[in-house]
Design a protein around this ligand. Structure first.
Ligand SMILES: Nc1ncnc2c1ncn2[C@@H]1O[C@H](COP(=O)(O)OP(=O)(O)O)[C@@H](O)[C@H]1O
Ligand SMILES: Nc1ccn([C@@H]2O[C@H](COP(=O)(O)OP(=O)(O)O)[C@@H](O)[C@H]2O)c(=O)n1
Length: 228
């Protein structure tokens, strides 16, 4: 057993859309008494602000010029995560098809990434028990010294089926095409693309239930905690 207070544990969970990052990260954080940060929600929030303020999404220079303007706040309680922009609750508006279609272009702009990465590092450094941070570049760029890095994968078919199950009325084929397009944009951008860190544990969730993925990650975190 360790002496004194336990060291905070930092967990990075990355992977493409629909692999189970959000559901797994939230549940793991809740079970282990850790904070939870959905970094995709932050990129969606800044994209929502750009759209709402009429910024041309095709113009990286215009995006860069205003990247510092919106104040983005993330609440990290896994039981009730929150996201606000300049004091407005944007949890609903950031999930629209319009924001989803535009988020990859906005999040590819280096000034946007620098801004959001700083917010993420500040939040991670301020937790007492530790935090589960999920996204695309957490293990590679945001928190390269994380105690545990997980990279979730799943077949495009499984991911599309999961996503279209959420978006009522969306057909699996067009959801699959949109996912593949977003993966390609996120993986090919110059600044911190979607990538597996060399020291990440890869978990293919295609044939696993959500409960099995959660259990697998909880076990890995507990092992890391015990070794600290
Ligand atoms: N292993 C799994 N098996 C079946 N459904 C899953 C699994 N993991 C997640 N889901 C479901 O798939 C959807 C997308 O999961 P989510 O956690 O939002 O993925 P991501 O954050 O990677 O985009 C959710 O409805 C979730 O409940
Ligand atoms: N760490 C991160 C997280 C998200 N993102 C961007 O934000 C988008 C939305 O992320 P998300 O996690 O909400 O996406 P879903 O997988 O939930 O659909 C991604 O497609 C990326 O363009 C990023 O660039 N870096």
């Amino acid at each position: 057993m360790e002496n004194g207070a336990a060291q905070p544990v930092i967990v990075a969970i990355d992977g493409p859309s629909g692999t189970g990052k959000s559901s797994t990260s939230r549940a793991v954080a809740a079970q282990l008494g850790l904070s939870y940060l959905d970094t995709g929600a932050q990129y969606r929030a800044i994209t929502w602000w750009m759209v709402t303020n009429g910024i041309d999404i095709e113009d990286p220079t215009a995006i860069a010029a205003v990247a510092g303007k919106p104040e983005i706040l993330s609440g990290t309680d896994p039981a009730a995560p929150t996201i606000t922009v300049d004091g407005t609750d944007v949890a609903g508006p950031i999930r629209t098809q319009e924001v989803t279609a535009k988020v990859s272009a906005v999040s590819a702009v280096p000034e946007v990434r620098a801004r959001i990465t700083e917010l993420q590092r500040t939040l991670a450094a301020s937790t007492e028990q530790g935090i589960v941070v999920e996204g695309r570049d957490i293990g590679t760029t945001v928190l390269p010294d994380a105690d545990l890095k997980i990279f979730l994968t799943a077949s495009p078919e499984a991911r599309a089926a999961r996503r279209s199950g959420e978006l009522k009325g969306a057909d699996v084929r067009s959801t699959r095409e949109a996912l593949i397009k977003r993966d390609a944009a996120d993986s090919s951008r110059k600044t911190s693309p979607l990538a597996k860190a060399d020291d990440a544990v890869e978990v293919d969730t295609t044939e696993l239930t959500l409960a099995q993925v959660i259990e697998c990650v909880v076990t890995l975190v507990e092992e890391k905690r015990a070794a600290k």
